[in-house]
Design a protein around this ligand. Structure first.
Ligand SMILES: C[S@@+](CC[C@H](N)C(=O)[O-])C[C@H]1O[C@@H](n2cnc3c(N)ncnc32)[C@H](O)[C@@H]1O
Length: 160
């Protein structure tokens, strides 16, 4: 993500968070991040309020135990009118293909409700049916597509 932001001309500070030191090491080696911090996103974020203009979260909400708490923390970190760009594993009519790995999925209305109650206004909601592929839990010779929702949302004023 930071690489794309730099490629598109972003000059400001970019701070990367992950629970994995190995992932942070790889991120740091791209030389796109101003700093990287090892942190469990299920805990309060280690920043003062209203510090960031944009937060991005790609491919992580499905692993968190309390997404509501995470979204409230994102809102707290963002300046008013700041933006959150977040992916969610998207719930379809089929059973969750990676429930056995503890991954959580969310429907459009669940995502909308979570964003709204945590102080965001949805600006854009896009679904890709094939965000990535994993071996099927029932037949390892087959791959299953994992659908993702990509959300762009604005942090509403007076809602920290
Ligand atoms: C699918 S990868 C996505 C990595 C990166 N965001 C990207 O788009 O390339 C999911 C990442 O979430 C991290 N992760 C999982 N649970 C986490 C948690 N509780 N707190 C912080 N990071 C977590 C993993 O270490 C992993 O790097």
């Amino acid at each position: 993500m930071a690489k794309e932001l730099r490629r598109s001309g972003m000059k400001g500070n970019i701070v990367g968070l992950d629970i994995s030191v190995g992932m942070l090491q790889r991120a740091f080696e791209t030389e796109c991040y101003s700093s990287v911090i090892c942190h469990d996103l299920d805990n309060d974020l280690p920043f003062t309020s209203a510090k960031f203009d944009i937060v991005t979260c790609c491919g992580a909400t499905e692993m968190l135990s309390n997404v509501d708490h995470f979204l409230a923390q994102l809102r707290r970190m963002l300046s008013d009118d700041g933006e959150a760009w977040i992916t969610f594993q998207y719930k379809t009519d089929s059973p969750n293909p990676i429930a056995h790995q503890g991954m959580k999925e969310y429907s459009k209305s669940e995502i909308e409700r979570m964003m709204t109650r945590n102080g965001f206004e949805l600006l854009n909601f896009t679904v890709t049916q094939e965000a990535y592929f994993l071996p099927s839990p029932t037949d390892k010779s087959k791959l299953v597509a994992i659908p993702f929702a990509m959300v762009r949302a604005k942090a509403l004023k007076n809602n920290k």
